[in-house]
Design a protein around this ligand. Structure first.
Ligand code: WT7
Length: 666
């Protein structure tokens, strides 16, 4: 079990938040999802999902069975149906006469652009599928994709889907070692990579990591990889292994633009995506085709209120994460959307780059992460204010609980006080959104994901798996199978059962703490291993972070529980001050004053018990490449230990920066 796990939370933390924002009548009237969707799903849950699957997905062999749960916890959805995910994402739109619709507005970091229509995409994906076949990849073979955010990345994923070869995308920021272990675990036959990509204004190489990952190393034999397909992006020099390495453009140039998609069983593996557990080796989360695609399309259409003919959608996630799989590739394309894909970082060449793109492409739906929103808060609202953001009509948030202050900032500064915010809770394992407001139905509350989507059954339970009453807290569980649920951990059925199904009999345990408010709405409190116990009181790191960020001077905050002899744990907070206040902490007196102010502020917001024992003003926070704060490293600092393994940080110099700044005792 996760460390620090105790009984259900007892704090009245985020429940002080009482603001609510009902949808405007105009938005509600035009929304895809109406309140009746909940009724419909409730009346006949399986029938509801079967309807979605028939309506939103095109089957080459229609299914007759909806759910087979006899092999629980491994579900089968729509099992006797056959389909192809790439056909659904591309060809059927061309067949419907929409070939000229833009599928992707690509924007490279250096400013190069490319417009790809659905007809273009069909030709490219078909070519790539033929090229993969020519390289010996057949149905069932695993292909690892290690690419920056390029059009080719989307094409590569769809080409795999088209021939029934499960892809395993490894985020381009991962190291050669991480890549090597994933290739080995998946026993991949082929790797698709690039010479490099543009990051912060400079080419950043990728191919050397692949060379290191696939060759023999430290007595280990060379990997199972037979070919490496290389996209030319930056033009930088690459080492070349004759016979193994093939240029993407060469392979595609000679490939036919026609390819017949392979109809696979609904339960055929579509992809494996590795996510790190708290310890041990990464878990290869397995997703299959029919159920996954159904939920991807259904959630994308209803949660974002997508109008494919008029919206311009932009999800800022990298394809290396599940958000990029479901909400850059499969969901939007299955729905025939027009979307923006941006290669680079939000601050290159200037901190308004994202907002410039929103203005340029008239983006109407934006889906991003709280960490990005808080970073923008830190940079100051005058930056987005310099751009026309009036095209935005729906805003999404994902990845971690969004603190009410960041939510309010997002709504006001980015959404012009009108665009509904959907705070979407889900996981790599769930494959698609599970808990979220519906933008035309739900009165949204800052900081809460609120309600299980129609067709999804979620609950908050106590240690004995009893549903907690409204106002109570405990563990988030999913009580009924859902179409896009993981079908296992690649090659490790036992670990799948142990990790998710052993804590509570018959329930999927998500690993998150949660609370129900008086309306029964769900508030996520963060992973249970991020929950602290101070003098027998359960405190959420999220909640204290939220309190800190609600203070004017704080841009970002991370809280950890440091071991303490008397109280069990003590709250230690790391804060980044907002630009205009950063100077205040530059003298010892100033720092002390800020710390006292913040301690009192937390005491006021939550209660004296939550007052941080120590508050450390730092220039940066250690984050993984997916934007998650690595509290483990902060705990090391808070407990005066040597800082542990920091190799998965997005920027490995951050810990040095923090330690150097803290050399003087605060
Ligand atoms: C964990 C899953 C889902 C795609 C990106 C992350 C946290 C995610 C929310 C949210 C509160 C959230 C949970 C979850 N999380 N979305 N809206 N509110 N927490 O995928 O890496 O698999 O992480 O992210 O703790 O368990 P992931």
């Amino acid at each position: 079990m996760p460390e620090n796990e105790t009984t259900a939370p007892s704090l009245e933390n985020l429940l002080h938040e009482t603001r609510a924002f009902p949808p405007s009548p105009a938005f509600a009237a035009q929304a895809n999802a109406q309140a009746s969707l909940y009724e419909e799903a409730k009346a006949d849950r399986l029938g509801f999902w079967a309807d979605q699957a028939r309506e939103l997905v095109t089957w080459s062999t229609p299914f007759t069975q909806t759910l087979d749960w006899s092999g629980a916890p491994v579900a089968k959805w729509f099992a006797d149906g056959k389909l192809n995910a790439a056909y659904n994402a591309v060809d059927r739109h061309v067949e419907a006469g929409l070939g000229d619709r833009v599928a992707i507005h690509f924007e490279g970091e250096p400013g190069d652009t490319r417009t790809v229509t659905y007809a273009d995409l069909q030709r490219e994906v078909s070519r790539a599928a033929n090229a993969l076949t020519a390289l010996g990849v057949t149905q069932g073979d695993r292909v690892v994709i290690y690419l920056p955010m390029l059009v080719e990345s989307v094409v590569a994923m769809l080409a795999c889907a088209r021939i029934g070869a499960p892809h395993s995308v490894v985020f381009g920021g991962f190291s050669a070692d991480a890549l090597r272990s994933r290739i080995a675990d998946a026993e991949a036959k082929l790797v698709i990579t690039a010479d490099g990509g543009y990051r912060r204004g400079a080419p950043s190489a990728l191919k050397p990591a692949v060379d290191e990952a696939v060759g023999p190393k430290d007595g280990e034999p060379a990997s199972t990889v037979e070919h490496v397909l290389v996209v030319r992006r930056t033009g930088q020099d690459v080492a070349w292994t004759e016979g193994r390495d093939v240029w993407w453009h060469d392979a595609l140039e000679h490939a036919d633009t026609f390819h017949e998609p392979v109809a696979v069983d609904a339960e055929h593996p579509l992809f494996i995506l590795y996510t790190s557990g708290t310890t041990g080796k990464p878990k290869g989360i397995l997703h299959t085709t029919g159920g996954y695609l159904t939920q991807a399309a259904y959630t994308h259409k209803n949660v974002f209120d997508l109008k494919a003919e008029s919206d311009v959608y932009w999800c800022t996630a990298d394809i290396g994460w599940v958000t990029g799989h479901t909400y850059v590739v499969y969901g939007p394309l299955a729905n025939g959307a027009t979307q923006v894909i941006y290669e680079g970082t939000p601050d290159t060449p200037h901190r308004g780059r994202w907002w410039e793109l929103v203005e340029k492409y008239q983006v109407s739906i934006l889906y991003t992460a709280p960490t990005a929103i808080r970073t923008c808060m830190k940079w100051g609202e005058d930056i987005p204010a310099g751009f026309d953001l009036s095209s935005l009509r729906v805003l999404g948030s994902v990845g971690e609980p969004i603190n009410p202050e960041a939510w309010m900032w997002y709504r006001r500064v980015i959404g012009g006080d009108t665009a509904p915010i959907v705070d979407t809770w889900w996981q790599t394992e769930t494959g698609g959104i599970m808990i979220s407001p519906l933008p035309g139905v739900t009165a949204t509350k800052p900081g809460s994901a609120q309600v299980a989507l129609p067709g999804i059954v979620a609950d908050v339970v106590d240690d004995e798996a009893h549903s907690v009453p409204d106002g109570g807290g405990g563990y988030l569980v999913l009580s009924e199978p859902w179409p896009s649920m993981l079908r296992g951990i690649w090659g490790d059925l036992q670990r799948f059962k142990d990790t998710y199904w052993s804590r509570f009999e018959g329930l999927y345990f998500a690993g998150d703490g949660a609370k129900k408010d008086e309306d029964g709405d769900i508030w996520l409190l963060g992973r249970v291993d991020d929950v602290m116990n101070v003098s027998g009181h359960r405190l959420s790191t999220t909640e204290i972070e939220s309190a800190l960020v609600s203070h004017d001077v704080v841009a970002e905050a991370a809280v950890v529980g440091a071991n303490d002899e008397t109280t069990g744990q003590a709250v230690v907070a790391f804060v980044i001050l907002r630009g205009e206040h950063a100077d205040r902490a530059s003298t010892p007196e100033g720092a002390e004053e800020v710390q006292a102010e913040l301690r009192n502020h937390v005491a006021k917001e939550i209660g004296p018990i939550a007052k941080p024992r120590r508050i450390l003003v730092v220039p940066e926070l250690p984050k993984t490449r997916s934007g998650k704060i690595m509290r483990r490293l902060l705990r090391d600092v808070a407990e005066n230990r040597t800082v542990g393994d920091a190799t998965t940080l997005a920027d490995s110099s951050v810990m040095d920066l923090i330690s150097a700044g803290l050399a003087k005792p605060s």
